[in-house]
Design a protein around this ligand. Structure first.
Ligand SMILES: Cc1ncc(COP(=O)(O)O)c(C=O)c1O
Length: 388
């Protein structure tokens, strides 16, 4: 019996060019630390418009490397959004930094300049080492506001741009790519299968700071400084690092995937606009992204903000109904402080976080989604919520 085709909330697209290059990479004499890695990184920095781009084996590694390059240490104060994937929080905690959560906008689920200032005030922070920003769903919001705060409070900015490879933001009369780091110090991307492009697993760190880059290169490979003389066996371990390298096989896939990023994003934007038109005027539903913002999204997720009590139901019942109809939905994200690992974090001033969390739901959005599949998603949502 043929298995029932599920409609996932996100999925990679792999074509014959991807298969060909991966096969080629396997025939190279070096299948790690080889030419595909260098080539991929060269293409990435050109695409992002940054001086340096470094591949690594996950978005989590990218954030970890970035925080280590920024020399985050015990007692440093780090501000991050209350709604986020847990990677930044876990890493900050592993480095023994103090984590402070900033509230989010109730529709976009993203931190704002005002919520960051509020966090600083409520926690009476005098010295801040790092602000971690995150562009939920791929929509880059509030970048210049964060940059103004950076200047005011003198902190570093790490963009957790894991959702936002391919996104751009407006600055004066031009658009800058997320990862160009014109208004941040360092950016981290994920190349997980659900992200803008994939290398299987993988990540990227982007920066314009030479000191950071030199350190990132060493940290990615155990903190080892090689001997310049290839015949001299002596090397030195300068920092405590791990093996965060991405293989040539993965990077080969990254090269052909990167060529398709515009095509991927354009199609996902089309699907998103279709959803927008259907859901924008329905009482009880709001769109999880700004309609006015001129910034260019990577269209990673399509998030609806549904007032489930208005529809006399719960999100869990909604998700279960869709699941029974073979449609997968997801929640992005459970607020950080709700995880037992972070239960001690101050949360009293996080006024919008809970209302965002209670109402957010990500519905299917991926390159290979057919019109029939998208219509099925719309139909089943309307059926369950009894929308005419
Ligand atoms: C916002 C965010 N940060 C970090 C990560 C970690 O990326 P990876 O899964 O590649 O380690 C993810 C992954 O989903 C993410 O969504």
């Amino acid at each position: 019996m043929k298995p029932i085709a599920r409609i996932p909330y996100g999925k990679q697209h792999i074509d014959s060019n991807d298969l060909t290059i991966v096969k080629q990479s396997l025939k190279a004499s070096l299948i790690t630390t080889g030419s595909y890695v260098l080539n991929f990184e060269k293409k990435l920095k050109k695409y992002l418009g940054s001086r340096y781009a470094l591949s690594c084996n996950s978005g989590t590694s990218a954030i970890h490397l970035a925080m280590m390059a920024a020399e985050i240490k015990q007692g440093d104060n780090i501000i991050m959004p209350s709604v986020n994937f847990v990677a930044s929080g876990n890493i900050a905690k592993m480095l023994n930094a103090n984590i402070f959560l900033a509230d989010v906008d109730p529709l976009s689920g993203q931190m704002t300049g005002t919520s960051v200032e509020e966090c600083i005030k409520k926690n009476k922070l005098k010295k801040i080492k790092l602000l971690v920003t995150m562009y939920l769903g791929g929509y880059p919001d509030n970048i210049t506001e964060f940059y103004n705060l950076k200047k005011k409070f003198n902190f570093l900015i790490l963009e957790d741009a894991c959702h936002a490879l391919g996104a751009s933001y407006q600055f004066k009369n031009r658009f800058l790519k997320i990862g160009s780091c014109k208004h941040s110090d360092i950016a981290a991307f994920s190349l997980h299968p659900l992200k803008s492009i994939t290398t299987g697993e993988g990540g990227v760190v982007s920066t314009n700071n030479r000191k950071f880059y030199e350190k990132l290169k060493l940290l990615r490979s155990h903190g080892i400084v090689k001997n310049k003389d290839p015949f001299n066996h002596k090397y030195n371990v300068k920092f405590s690092g791990l093996n965060n390298r991405l293989s040539d096989i993965n990077c080969a896939l990254g090269i052909t995937q990167l060529k398709k990023i515009k095509k991927f994003i354009t199609k996902k934007k089309l699907f998103s606009k279709y959803y927008d038109n259907i859901f924008k005027n329905i009482t009880g539903i709001k769109l999880g992204h700004s309609q006015l913002n001129k910034n260019i999204s990577a269209w990673h997720l399509y998030i609806l903000i549904i007032n489930f009590s208005y529809f006399k139901t719960t999100r869990l019942k909604f998700m279960k109904y869709l699941y029974k109809k073979n449609i997968i939905s997801q929640v992005h994200y459970i607020p950080i402080y709700m995880h037992s690992n972070f239960k001690k974090l101050e949360k009293n001033y996080l006024i919008n976080t809970k209302s965002y969390y209670d109402r957010c739901i990500s519905i299917p959005l991926y390159y290979d989604m057919s019109a029939k599949q998208q219509n099925k998603v719309v139909l089943e949502i309307k059926n369950f919520l009894k929308i005419k």
